[in-house]
Design a protein around this ligand. Structure first.
Ligand code: ASP
Length: 590
């Protein structure tokens, strides 16, 4: 009779005396001649296996002596308790070991380029190239166990709330989410292309027109953007859409989904989430994704700066600029080196510089004091409510530059003074986004989200008179300064949709050509509807406490969009191009 296979990581002292069968990978080998120790790893964990001549017999000892890291083995043996001095508290099975009576190699392994252990010196490139070995590392495995649990909870929650999971096409037409499309040439229709979906946006709206009422999908999306460290060209969204609801209904669903998802990692989502409008977020924190684990609100220094002859202030206020600041409580002790670093941070956001001032031991000081004059300087400190021991950071520039610089400095200052309580998590909604943004170079309006977002009804007339002033029924959900998702109540009337297209400079013909099918659908009885998309990869990354999206995506791409394991993208055979009616391109000289 064969013994059933035992998961290695589940054995405890309670199993002492049991005969067990293990199958897994060899980790480390310690060879003491008469005694050989192997660790054996499988999905459940690791256990130590002992081979000794007296108890195991000659052949198993001989074979164990030949075992190498990452060989796949089958081992039979008996669970024995370790002596008190041998107990290993670092692993759950540390109280016992297996005395082996048999060892078979199910597969031999070449020397791996690195050992799949949590602490590794392997470069990320090597880890991505040998991804199958990297994924053997216990923390990587744990990340995917967590990801599976999160996806399962999301599905269960949405299913219980009456949402239907529906798949939408991968080979489709362009969806305007603001990125470039990945195009797929059609062989059957030479010269024509599919686009991979940037999101299922148009399909989910059409499912609402079809009367599905509540849709979701754990959907793959593709965006050909210049990649940044925290982006992937293909990523996964929890895509949601619902009919007949308002913002309140969407918020309730999303809060339930996120509470369930983060619950998988023991992170509590305090409900209801805090809410603030876009205007409030920009005013208080300089960003539409504020980290609310700490206060540190920005302050308006323009009225006091107006009275000073300080040239940078005057310059900003003479144009369309402003002067705003940040009080860093207890920040007077921040080093000069740090302040220089923060000045560089402010410059990296386009600011001409950073003005700092501190009050310590009753003395106020600042490199700008002299240029500002004592009275104006004191007025500035008073406006910033700077008390003894505090630091004031001020930036004078165009409003978007001031906001971006101070938002970054707010985070840096919070870290510096230890104001972030990392045991807490702060979820919030940011609402009432502007409907449009404006391209600084061309002056053209573009949709802040996508062109199907509904304006607030009271702002409808601004579409023609003041497009920049129109607010959208759009919202973002933010966690600890990271955007988890964004969505909106949609336009469900063809006439409003046309007005929005017009404001965006999309002609009727262009609108018809790009999204005619949606416009047409809106004419056949479209219910009011809205939804959201939540970034599953980012949720998993935060829940796992990982520092990179690549640690929660099984086969991710590098920042230049390459898959180092498969070697994609790669050239294709000339015949394939001929079939697709595509002329070969010479790669640009590098
Ligand atoms: N389609 C949007 C996006 O992918 C989300 C939404 O509006 O539901 O960002």
């Amino acid at each position: 009779m064969t013994t059933a296979r035992q998961p290695a990581g589940t054995l405890t002292a309670a199993d002492t005396g049991r005969k067990v069968l293990l199958r897994g990978w060899v980790g480390r080998r310690r060879d003491l001649g008469e005694l050989i120790f192997l660790t054996v790893r499988d999905r459940s964990g690791i256990v130590q296996v002992l081979f000794d001549r007296a108890r195991s017999g000659d052949e198993p000892v001989l074979r164990a002596g030949d075992a190498r890291p990452e060989d796949v083995v089958e081992i039979e043996g008996e669970v024995v308790r370790r002596g008190a001095a041998q107990v290993n508290r670092e692993i759950p099975t540390g109280e016992i070991e297996i005395v082996a009576s048999r060892l078979e190699f199910l597969a031999r392994a070449e020397t791996p380029p690195f050992l799949p252990e949590d602490r590794t010196n392997a470069t990320e490139e090597l880890r991505l190239q040998y991804r199958y070995i990297d994924l053997r590392r216990p923390t990587m495995l744990q990340n995917f166990v967590l990801r599976d649990e999160i996806a399962f909870r999301v599905r269960r929650t949405l299913h219980e709330l009456g949402f239907l999971e529906v798949e939408t096409p991968m080979l489709t037409k362009s969806t305007p989410e603001g990125a470039r499309d990945y195009l797929v040439p059609s062989r059957v229709h030479p010269g024509k292309f599919y686009a991979l979906p940037q999101s299922p946006q148009l399909f989910k709206q059409i499912l609402m027109v079809s009367g599905f009422e509540r849709y979701f999908q754990i959907a793959r999306c593709f965006r050909d953007e210049d990649l940044r460290a925290d982006r992937q060209p293909e990523f996964t969204q929890i895509d949601i859409e619902m009919s007949f609801g308002t913002e309140e209904d969407v918020f309730a669903v999303v809060e339930a989904v996120l509470a369930a998802a983060f619950g998988a990692a023991g992170i509590e989502a305090q409900r209801p989430f805090t809410r603030l409008t876009y205007a409030e977020a920009m005013e208080r924190y300089g960003t539409d994704r504020p980290d609310l684990r700490y206060a540190l609100p920005l302050c308006d220094l323009a009225p006091s700066a107006a009275g000073s002859a300080f040239a940078p202030f005057q310059k900003a206020l003479a144009g369309e600029g402003t002067v705003r600041g940040l009080r860093v409580p207890g920040g007077a002790g921040v080093s000069r080196k740090k302040l220089d670093e923060w000045t560089e941070t402010a410059r990296s956001y386009g600011a001409s510089g950073l003005v700092w001032a501190k009050r310590a031991g009753g003395e106020s000081s600042s490199p700008a004091r002299k240029a500002m004059g004592d009275a104006a300087f004191e007025k500035l400190l008073a406006a910033g409510e700077i008390a003894d021991g505090d630091l004031l950071l001020a930036v004078a520039d165009r409003a978007p530059v001031v906001c971006a610089a101070l938002a970054a400095l707010r985070g840096a200052a919070a870290r510096e003074i230890g104001a972030i309580d990392t045991s807490r998590h702060a979820f919030c909604w940011v609402t009432e986004f502007p409907l449009f943004g404006r391209d600084e170079k061309t002056g053209a309006w573009f949709p802040m989200n996508h062109p199907f977002t509904s304006p607030r009804m009271e702002d409808l007339d601004l579409l023609e008179s003041d497009p920049g002033g129109a607010r959208a029924r759009a919202y973002d959900v933010v966690l600890d300064g990271e955007e988890l998702g964004s969505g909106s109540i949609r336009i469900h009337r063809a006439d409003v949709q046309e007005r929005v297209f017009r404001a965006l400079g999309i002609t009727e013909a262009e609108g018809r050509e790009r999204f005619g099918f949606l416009l047409e659908a809106l004419q056949y009885g479209a219910p009011p509807h809205g939804g959201i998309a939540l970034g599953l990869d980012r949720i998993c990354m935060i829940a796992a406490g990982a520092s990179s999206l690549r640690d929660v995506i099984a086969f991710p791409k590098t920042t230049s969009g390459s898959d180092l394991m498969t070697g994609s993208p790669s050239p294709v055979a000339p015949e394939q191009l001929r079939d697709l009616a595509i002329a070969p391109v010479r790669p640009p000289e590098s």
